[in-house]
Design a protein around this ligand. Structure first.
Ligand SMILES: Nc1ncnc2c1ncn2[C@@H]1O[C@H](COP(=O)(O)OP(=O)(O)OP(=O)(O)O)[C@@H](O)[C@H]1O
Ligand SMILES: CC(=O)N[C@H]1[C@@H]2OC[C@@H](O2)[C@@H](O)[C@@H]1O[C@H](C)C(=O)O
Length: 385
């Protein structure tokens, strides 16, 4: 069978731009293979990014404004899909995650969650002339799942090992883990995955706060590395109920966003710092690292043999070093080491999920999202040219 050429489009909770992957997919599950032909992040126009961040922070907008933003996101995603194909053979399918602007996970048994991604698949299909799968989270939510994380099934087939237990740790705006036991017969139902808490979201917001918007993130973690974490303050933050909630669980900027950062800044007033704001940034970075390891120690059967990082946070050298220290003997590297781009893994995953949808393979893992069953993820939008 010929490989299928698919584009994966993803903009995550950092809202830094549209991660775009042009891939060739062959095989279906254990024989699944993905070759990254091209990967690029296309930044959002600054004004659109601001509007998305405001929406995510709970700003009240009219339906007319919402429609305008939805249109602009759809068009920006379609452009990303067009740009990535320049100089390459065209794709026949697009998987577009869209832009999450609201995520309300289910709280109690019997209740359903809600998750809203903007960027309409129908418009992307029409503008690109390529069949587009979008709205990946709603089917899992309809069968009582969290609708997130959805990448773990793709992680399983691309990064599972017959001997080693692995944690695939994505550090985007929010952090999420996929725990992969060694491949065995009833392996899929033993896989676990959930959002561990903040990734870079609070650190990014803090850097913007302290630089009056001149910087958007702490490059390589250099600023935080020049400070020292304040452990009593960290202890206080770690008492947040999310870190102690058993999986399945998912979260977003609704919990770990602007309001939470302001709370952290207020909390900090009761503590002594020798280097401000570097100590604060070091403490925020430590919150990400310690909460990840706390999640492993509390909710996994044991620590894995290996941790593979991905997402933009895998480029934060200081954060990676803190994780290495906290994890002791467990080696920490990135998914690049196994041939899967750490920066484009999420975009690659939505290409695979679209491909699975097109051939009728379920994309969710009930052991991860808490859904009552496996379901086909995403809505297929044809095109008319
Ligand atoms: N060189 C770097 N040094 C430090 N941090 C970096 C670097 N490059 C990227 N980042 C961080 O990674 C973030 C973007 O990561 P990524 O694109 O994985 O997030 P996302 O996909 O938007 O989020 P999510 O996975 O929660 O949906 C940036 O906002 C920044 O904080
Ligand atoms: C609602 C939503 O967009 N959630 C994202 C977010 O970003 C990271 C984490 O929170 C993750 O659970 C999820 O995305 C990835 C791609 C997932 O579904 O696997």
């Amino acid at each position: 069978m010929h490989p299928t050429r698919v584009i994966g489009l993803m903009s995550g909770t950092s809202v830094d731009g549209i991660d775009t992957a042009l891939v060739e997919i062959s095989g279906r599950d254990l024989d699944l293979k993905v070759e990254l032909i091209a990967g690029e992040t296309y930044p959002y126009p600054p004004q659109l990014r601001e509007q998305i961040l405001e929406l995510g922070a709970g700003a009240a907008v009219s339906m007319a404004e919402l429609a305008t933003i939805d249109d602009a996101i759809s068009r920006t995603f379609a452009e990303a899909a067009q740009f990535i194909q320049v100089g390459h053979q065209a794709a026949t399918l697009i998987g577009s995650h869209g832009q999450t602007v609201y995520h309300r996970p289910r709280q109690e048994a019997g209740e359903l969650g809600y998750s809203l991604q903007l960027g309409r698949g129908s418009l992307i299909a029409h503008l690109t002339g390529i069949t587009t799968v979008s709205n990946f989270r709603t089917a899992d939510i309809a069968v009582s799942g969290h609708g997130a994380p959805l990448v773990p099934r793709v992680d399983a087939y691309l990064l599972g090992d017959s001997r080693k237990e692995r944690c695939i740790q994505n550090i985007g705006g929010i952090s999420n883990v996929t725990y992969l036991p060694a491949v065995s017969d009833n392996w899929l139902c033993q896989i676990r995955g959930w959002d561990t808490g903040p990734g870079n979201s609070l650190l990014d917001l803090a850097v913007q706060h302290f630089t009056n918007g001149a910087k958007t993130y702490d490059e390589n973690g250099d600023w935080a590395a020049s400070g020292t974490p304040c452990y009593p303050l960290l202890e206080k933050w770690l008492s947040h109920e999310y870190f102690h909630l058993p999986p399945p669980k998912s979260t977003g900027r609704e919990l770990f966003g602007v309001a939470y950062l302001h709370q952290c800044l207020e909390d900090a007033q009761g503590y002594q710092f020798s280097t401000w704001p570097a100590d604060f940034l070091a403490t925020i970075t430590e919150l990400t690292a310690v909460s990840i390891v706390h999640n492993y120690d509390t909710f996994l059967p044991r620590r894995p043999h290996q941790v593979l990082l991905c997402g933009g946070g895998s480029r934060n050298i200081y954060l990676k070093r803190r994780l290495e220290l906290l994890l002791g003997k467990v080696p920490v590297s990135t998914t690049d080491q196994l041939g899967i781009s750490a920066c484009f893994k999420e975009a690659i995953a939505f290409a695979v999920l679209a491909y699975w949808r097109s051939v009728g393979i379920p994309g969710n893992l009930p052991s991860v999202t808490g859904a009552s069953q496996e379901v086909l993820l995403g809505e297929i939008h044809g095109h008319y040219r």
